[in-house]
Structures are given as C-alpha cells and as structure tokens.
Design a protein around this ligand. Structure first.
Ligand code: EPU
Length: 418
C-alpha cells in the first residue's frame, strides 16, 4: 500500500510546471475515435484515468502507444462496439465513449460509468441528447444499447452538464446537418475539446459560450494536439502554499481560468500575481475567513476546487461558509479534516469552517480524488507528521502530487507500506 508522509508547518518556496488537464485529455482521447486516421496527443498526464481510457481504446481495436507525455492513437480498424462493465466502472468519463462510438460506428453497448462517489450522477441528459440526434437507446440487464443514424438537431440542456455537452458534441460531429446545443457547459475543457475537433477538420463553434453549433457529417482526418494545463491541479498547489505559508510559482497555466479561486485566496490574505502563463502566490503565516463560497458551473467557483480551498481555510481568523451546489455528497473529506483538528459543521449543501489556531498531523484517508488532495493540503499546514492513505483516488487525477509539492518545497514523501 502506498502512503504519503507529510511533515507540516514548513513554509513553502519553489516552482512547479502544471500537468495536462485530466478533464480535457479524457474526452479528447475518446474523440480520437471519430477519425480513422492517427492522432497524436501531447501533454498527457500519467494518470490512472488516462490508463483506463487507453485500455478502452485498445479494447475497441485501436493501436495505442504512450511515450513520455505523448499518446498516439491509431483507430483505423475498430474491432468491437461494446465496452465491458469492468472497464466502464473505472471512471465516470467512460460515458463519453457513448457519443464517440455512435459517431464512428453507429452503435455502442456499455454499462453505467463509475467514478468518484459524489452522490447520484445520472446520465439521463446524455441519453436524451443522443436521442435528439436520432439514436435509439435501450437498457437491458444493466447494459445500455444505443444505435442509429444521426441527424443534426437542436439540443436544449436543462442544466449545463460538462459530460453531456461533450457527448453531444462528439455525436453531432457525425450527424448530418446542423446541431445546436443550448445551455451548454462553458468550462475551458469544452473549449479544449472543440479545438481538438477543429484540428481533425470538424466544424464546431461557440465552445466557451452557452451555445455550441456543429455542422456535422464532414470527413475527418488525423491530427496532433497539446492538452491544456489542469486548472484544478493549479488550484490545489495555490491552496497548498496558502495552507503552509511561504511562496510558490506555477508555470504553464492561464491565470484567467482560476480567477474565482485566486480572488478567494487574495481575500484570505495571500498575494497572487500573474503573467500570461505563470501564477505566483505569497501566503502570510495566518489567513482570514472569507465571504461565502458557492460552487457553480464555470465561470463560477469550481466544485473541484471546493475541498482543497476548504483545507487551506481551516486555520484562519474567522469563519468561512461553503455552499456545494453541484454534487450532493462532496463533503466526505470533512470528517478526515476534523481528525487534524479542523472545526467544520455541515448541514446538507452547507459547510461552515470555523477557523482554528492550529491543525495537528494525523493518520487520514482519501475519500475521493479532490478530497484526498485536500488532506495533503491541510497536512502541509498541520503541526507534526501526517500519514495519508487511499492514494488510488489521488492517482486518478494527479500525475505526481508528492513530487510536485516537493518541488514547491514541501516535506512530503511517497512510501510503500505493508
Ligand atoms: N447531471 C444530471 N444528469 C446528467 C448529467 C449530469 O443530473 O445526465 C447532474 C450531475 O448529477 C451533477 C451536475 O449535473 O449534479 C453536474 O454534472 P456534470 O455532468 O457537469 O459533471 P460530469 O461531466 O460528470 C465533470 C468533471 C467533474 C466535475 C464536473 C463539474 C470530468 C471527467 N469530470 O463531471 O470532475 O466535478 O464536471 O464541473 O470532466 C474531478 O475532476 O474531480 C471531477 C469530479
């Protein structure tokens, strides 16, 4: 079993390059299926979620290589149009294969996806978007069967779901005619997906706004693409510096995508400065509580940054209220933070963090991906040594959390324990 041991309360000082974005690379890898020609994807982070995605591509018949941070996918001959339950369960984003397989093969068979336990994560919107394009969807024995000739249509989403927008975009690329997705998710990762589709020769416009228009049915070619930097990983490292104190410099990330998080950290007493592709932060010894933080779809405060920012704000003067609006069960890290001495009360969607004078090192366990990273952030601000287990969650989204935090000056080591 792997564990992190973290020696807290040492101010940080260092610099780190931000890895490629998990939530971009996963849909982009699914989208490589759309053309029969080879795609070369750079800046792929070494994540277990990426490994699982490549396993699915291989299962479908693709030739896949992964050298350094470059993945090459050769999808010329697909040999299969179904994904077994064991591969589907590994992660939530496997559901994006639905749109990609329908687009390329006209059919797809798979089961419900897995992923972090954040409360119910239905896929009803995904299925109705595909039905709007003409796909027939049938469920039997826990498996979904989708097939049909796709035609462009108007898809009005009842909420701006990230995954549903991605599924609709991929299937619409193959649908004859024009598709308009309204109330689309506006996340930067949707823009990254659009940019990748454009390199393949697709006609997609509007990503980043709430209306996306796709002229489908074009013949696509292969392409080469570099995945954007991971804004949530960047938020994690800013929170780490805020928690431990000291200073840090993040390279290769666009500060404009993080402004809701940097403004919270500034309000808490940090100094944040940016150039076009770096962000630097200087954190005082002690932070103060901030105005309520409400998670919302982009450009609002990201739900994926809620846990790491909460961890940084445990040791403040004053209290901070969090309202989690995206998922029903995204406070599972709270009980672990309490083991370190945090004073947090939750009631449904609301969590109130009462600042405490100090946190103490403890043995804690990751409950989910971002919750696990949050425990590392809190441990950096805690007196003494912490041991963090459940690293499988963290490895899904952070290529080298311990190495990156060590580059920022943290005393953190990954060890194998029996
Ligand atoms: N929803 C429905 N029906 C649907 C789809 C979504 O009710 O058919 C609801 C969800 O239950 C949730 C809300 O809509 O309450 C938003 O979910 P969304 O579909 O936008 O999320 P997702 O596509 O499943 C992606 C990220 C998550 C991130 C959310 C929100 C990927 C692979 N995952 O999930 O990332 O939290 O958007 O921004 O892109 C993470 O990286 O740790 C992570 C969980």
């Amino acid at each position: 079993m792997s564990v992190f041991t973290i020696e807290g309360c040492h101010p940080l000082s260092g610099s780190v390059a931000i890895q490629g974005a998990k939530n971009s690379v996963l849909p982009i890898l699914c989208a490589t299926l759309l053309s029969p020609e080879t795609c070369v994807i750079h800046n792929c982070p070494r994540l277990t979620d990426v490994e699982h995605t490549l396993d699915i591509l291989r299962h479908l018949g693709c030739q896949v290589t992964w050298e350094g941070d470059t993945v090459t996918v050769g999808p010329s001959k697909l040999t299969c149009c179904s994904i077994p339950d064991t591969l589907m369960r590994e992660m939530r984003s496997s559901v994006i294969f639905l749109g990609a397989m329908l687009a390329r093969l006209g059919q797809a068979e798979l089961s419900y996806p897995g992923g972090c336990e954040l409360g119910p994560r239905p896929i009803d919107l995904h299925l109705s978007a595909l039905q709007s394009l003409g796909a027939e969807v049938r469920e039997a024995g826990g498996r979904l069967f989708c097939a049909g000739r796709l035609t462009g249509a108007d898809i009005a989403l009842s909420l701006p779901s990230v995954g549903c927008t991605e599924n609709a975009m991929l299937s619409a690329v193959a649908a004859e005619g024009v598709t308009t997705i309204t109330n689309a998710a506006r996340e930067p990762e949707i823009v990254d997906l659009q940019n990748f589709l454009l390199t393949l020769g697709a006609d997609v416009r509007g990503a980043g706004s709430s209306v996306i228009t796709i002229r489908g049915g074009k013949t696509l070619h292969g392409g080469e693409y570099t995945v954007m930097a991971d804004r949530i990983v960047a938020c994690t490292y800013l929170s780490a510096v805020a928690s431990a104190g000291g200073e840090g410099n993040l390279r290769g990330v666009d500060w404009r995508l993080l402004s809701t998080v940097t403004s919270v950290l500034t309000e808490a007493g940090c100094r944040v400065e940016s150039t076009p592709d770096t962000i630097s932060i200087i954190a005082p010894r002690r932070l103060r509580g901030v105005r309520p933080i409400r998670t919302a779809p982009y450009p609002g405060f990201p739900t994926d940054a809620q846990a790491v920012v909460m961890a940084a704000l445990c040791k403040t003067d004053g209290a901070t209220v969090f309202v989690e609006n995206m998922f029903d069960s995204r406070y599972r890290h709270v009980d672990e933070l309490k083991r370190m001495g945090a004073d947090i009360r939750t009631d449904g969607r609301v969590a109130v963090v009462y600042g405490v004078p100090r946190l103490y090192g403890a043995k804690v366990r990751s409950t989910d991906l971002r919750g696990g990273a949050a425990l590392a952030v809190a441990a950096l601000g805690a007196e003494g040594e912490s041991t963090l287990t459940g690293l499988g969650h963290i490895d899904r989204g952070y290529a080298d959390l311990a190495g990156d935090l060590a580059a920022l000056g943290a005393k953190i080591v990954r060890k194998e324990e029996k």
